[in-house]
Design a protein around this ligand. Sequence first.
Ligand SMILES: Cc1ncc(COP(=O)(O)O)c(C=O)c1O
Length: 372
Amino acid sequence: MKIAGFGVEEWLNKWEKSATYDISQSTISSMTMQEALALDGQQGASFYQQLDQEKMNYGWIEGSPEFKQEVAKLYAHIDADNILQTNGATGANHLALYALIEPGDHVISEYPSYQQLYDIPKSLGADVDFWHIHEDQNWYPDINELKSLIRPNTKMICLNNANNPTGTLLDKAFLQQVVELARQVGAYVLVDEVYLPLDDPDQFTSIVDLYDKGIATNSLSKTYSMPGIRIGWTASNATVADLFRKYRDYTMICAGVFNDLMATYILKHRDQVLARNRQLVMNNLAIYRDWIDSEPRASVVMPQAVSTSFPKLDVPEDIEAFCIRLLKETGVLLVPGNRFDMPGHVRLGYCADETTLREGLKRLSAFLRQYD
Ligand SMILES: Cc1ncc(COP(=O)(O)O)c(C=O)c1O
C-alpha cells in the first residue's frame, strides 16, 4: 500500500519544537492538567480519587459507558451504542475509511481539507475526485460541481466541517443539498467535525443528525483543547458501527484507561470548556482582525470563530522558503500553503495564547516589511 507524505504533519514534525511564537496550530490553546482539573472547582480531587482506584488493565474496549453517553449527548439522534472511541479523530477517520473503502470505489473529497480524507482512500485503491473549495465563495465548494462529480457508484463523500485550513463552516442548508445528492446514489457522507464555531455552536449541524448514512468523526483535540489525551470517536448508524467494530479490533483494542477517564471528565465539564474557549477565540479573533486590517501584505476570508485560518500573503518568494526563514530569523511558525497545495496562503492558528499571537503577528509584520 502506497501513500503520499502527510504535508502538514511532516512540516510540524520538523519545525514545531523550534518555534518560539507558534501561530501555526489549529488547536484552541491547550489546557494544562492543572487548568483542566480546576474545572470541577476542587482541583480534580474526585478525578484523582477515581484514578487512584483504577486498575491499569485494558479498560473499556469501545470507551466507557459514561464516555459514550457524554458523546451521544452531542447529537440529536445517536444512541450511545453507536459511538466508538478511537485514537483521536485521526484514528476515527482512518477507521471509517479502512472499514468502508475498497479498491475501485469512487470517493469525492472536499479539497483542500484534512489530507487523510483524500490520501487514505487513494491508498486503499479508490478513485478519488477533488471537490474544490473556492476563496471567492467564502471557501465554500460549489454544489453544481458536486452534481457533476457524483456517479451512480459513488461510495463516499468526505468533508471536513468546519474546514481545516480555512475555518469555514458549511451551514445546514448546504449540507442538506449534499445529503440530497448522496441519498440519490446511496453514498456515505463522512464528515470530520473536530472544529466547532465557538461564537454560536448552535450554528453547527452534525451530518449524523441529517442523514442515516452520515458518519461523524470528532475528538477532544481542537474545540476541547486536549489533544494530549488522544481521544476521538466515530458516530454512525448501528450497521456501520458494527462494521467499524470488526475493523477496530484489528487496529486499536482500546484508547487507554487514563485517557478515557480524562476525556469523560472534560466532556462532563463541556460548558466550562466551551466558555473558556469562546472567550479565547473571540478575543483573539478581534486581535487577528485588527492585524489583517493594518497589514497590507495579508488578506483573509475570516474564519467563523473556528480555530484555524488561511490568509493570503503577498510575498514574492517561495512560500515554504519564506516560512523557514521566518522561523529561523524571528521564531514565528506558520504552515506554508503549499502543504495544502495552495502556495499563495499560509495556515495561521490565531488561537494560540494571546501573548504568543500578539508577538507572532508583530514579528510577522516586521518580517514582511523587507518586501516594501
Ligand atoms: C480536520 C482535522 N481532523 C483531525 C485532526 C487530528 O485530530 P486528532 O488530534 O484528534 O487526531 C486534525 C488536526 O489538525 C484536523 O485538523
